[in-house]
Write a protein that binds this ligand. Sequence first.
Ligand code: 5RP
Length: 225
Amino acid sequence: MLTQQQLKENVAVAAIDYVLPYLKPDTIIGIGSGSTADLFIDQLAQFKSRFKGTVSSSERSTTRLQSHGIEVFDLNDISHVPVYIDGADEIDAGLHMIKGGGGALTREKIVASVADQFVCIADESKCVDYLGAFPLPVEIIPMAREAVARQMAALGGRPKLREGFTTDNGCQILDVAGLRITDPKALEARVNNIPGVVTCGLFAIAGAGVALISTQTGVEQRKPA
Ligand SMILES: O=C(CO)[C@H](O)[C@H](O)COP(=O)(O)O
């Protein structure tokens, strides 16, 4: 029986096989955040001479990339990112996701938005029939905390401030449990439209284009159902 850590390591290796065709001297790779993304970064380091560099979705990933001698570019200086690799907290059959367990959701969404393709790498424990068992992270401007919390409660959620945590953008996170997410795209648009919300951790309007899911019997490549 493989542990969750072994499953994460296996999908990080499989992700390298997936991105190898993209690794050209002028290529910039988009890098997500989290423990699975960390393992991917460690694998990618072996191939650093084959591509130009990366754009990163968090200070954590930037530090890890640079520790391997992989260049991290300012997104403002980059016009083409063929592929973005990142983990997820939950992923459904349509490859809609909840992300932001590590608090990097906004930068993840920004880097993903400029990439041609989002490749989600996850172990099978992240696969769900319906999103929402994992509390939805919502990044907020601090002065709007209570106002946003009331609106999230009105949507049926139970918002809780992530205590002692500040995002890379100097903002706070409300983790919202108990939401019944029947239409992830509609909920993403609705939450993102609340004044004071920077972004929410639903990645449904633009989900993943492909998912590499690590199972006990191997890594499966899945497309949106
Ligand atoms: O969205 C994220 C960070 O903001 C991560 O991708 C998500 O939390 C999954 O993390 P891990 O790979 O550690 O399970």
